[in-house]
Design a protein around this ligand. Structure first.
Ligand SMILES: [Zn+2]
Length: 393
């Protein structure tokens, strides 16, 4: 019994040390000791062992104390481990490889049709994974696993994709199991918006944050929450579905069967219908946003109306869950800074609750890579941590 406890303690300490180096590296041994609260001897033993295994490396000298003494800095070895991320949306498939420092080493990005079958998708993922690991000579044992960000709804425990509305050939696809069988490495599958929320949470540098992510796609709107570095899924697994908040009673019919949902009112079709009804003719979404930016009255009115609907949804989110930060991403958010600016201004101008004025609203920092970053974050948050837990064994 004594031996097991000692082993558990060692594993815990190694895990703590490596995670602290991941978060704060490059870091001196003295700073590291202060942050982890272990004895100097324990920190030296653990770091020497990690250096020997080539999991961490020593970097140049830095001024480490008030007396100006120089100390060797420790950092994780970027090539010690690798993770893969896969982002599946209705128009694109991206497979990316990231190193142990979270840097995206390379990615392959292809257009797909929404009529793609699960089998074709699996073939394509397998081939791209193979290309990346061969090109960058990643040894099998250094590959920790794959995170997948896919359209929901998804059973988060089993990685089963149930009925994605925009991928008609996908019904009850056990994506996690199928990918694991093909690639023989651990896989975790998450809803794309929950994955994006996790990526934003990690990027913010404070995992205690409460991040609400809103994805604006051409065809739909998704929402995802992350609190303390964990996706918040709710009792039935569908928490945060802002796309189906009612913003216009009796409005356009939504894919869910109801009328007036946010996603029915601000989707590409809705915006183009409204522009045509206003006399703008048959124009593309790109053209609509460009004309609105130049203050064409019809197109501006359409974008302003969409911003009003978005404002209603954001205010509901603030009232219901009071997140520390609301981040918007996805193709529609990228395409029209004006839409977001109009919505953000209206949200900030409201008076109750008192935190409206300082609530942080922003466009995703990852641009069109946000769902790939989300997929990598899913792999880093769970699969990489599982691997690191075994280092002290
Ligand atoms: Zn709906």
């Amino acid at each position: 019994m004594q031996k097991i406890n000692g082993q558990d303690m060692k594993r815990h300490n190694v895990h703590l040390v490596i995670n602290t180096i991941i978060q704060y590296g490059p870091i001196s041994r003295t700073e590291l000791r202060d942050k982890v609260g272990l004895t100097a001897a324990t920190v030296i033993n653990i770091t020497n062992d990690l250096l020997e295994k080539n999991i961490i490396v020593q970097e140049g000298l830095a001024t480490a104390s008030s007396k100006g003494r120089k100390a060797l800095m420790l950092n994780v070895n970027p090539t010690a481990f690798y993770i893969l991320g896969v982002s599946i949306t209705t128009r694109r498939l991206i497979v990316g490889l990231a190193d142990f420092r979270g840097e995206v080493v390379d990615s392959i990005d292809v257009s797909i049709q929404n009529t793609i079958t699960p089998e074709e998708t699996l073939d394509s993922i397998q081939q791209k994974v193979q290309t990346l690991i061969e090109k960058h000579r990643v040894p099998r044992e250094k590959l920790v696993g794959i995170g997948v960000a896919a359209p929901g709804p998804i059973d988060a425990h089993t990685g089963l994709i149930t009925v994605p509305p925009d991928l008609p050939n996908w019904r009850n696809v056990p994506l996690q199991k199928l990918l694991e069988e093909r690639l023989m490495i651990p896989v975790r599958v998450a809803n794309e918006t929950n994955a994006a929320a996790l990526a934003e949470c990690y990027a913010g540098g404070d995992e205690r944050e409460f991040v609400f992510f809103i994805s604006l796609f051409r065809l739909g709107v998704g929402g995802g929450l992350v609190l303390n570095g964990e996706p918040l899924l709710g009792f039935h697994g569908s928490a945060g579905e802002v796309g189906h908040l009612l913003v216009q009673p009796g409005g356009r019919l939504c894919g869910c069967g109801s009328r007036g949902c946010l996603e029915a009112m601000i989707s590409e079709d809705a915006l183009l219908e409204a522009a045509a009804a206003g006399g703008a003719g048959e124009i593309s979404l790109e053209e609509l946003f460009a004309r609105s930016k130049n203050m064409d009255p019809v197109c501006y009115a359409v974008v302003k109306q969409a911003a009003d609907y978005l404002t209603m949804a954001i205010c509901d989110v603030v009232h219901m869950v009071s997140p520390s930060r609301i981040v918007l991403g996805g193709p529609l958010a990228e395409m029209s800074p004006q839409l977001l600016e109009l919505a953000f201004r209206q949200v900030h101008s409201r008076s109750y609750p008192h935190d409206y004025s300082n609530i942080r609203l922003q466009l995703s920092t990852f641009g069109d890579q946000v769902f790939l970053r989300g997929a990598l974050s899913i792999a880093a948050g769970e699969l990489l941590q599982q691997r690191l837990e075994t280092l002290g064994s």
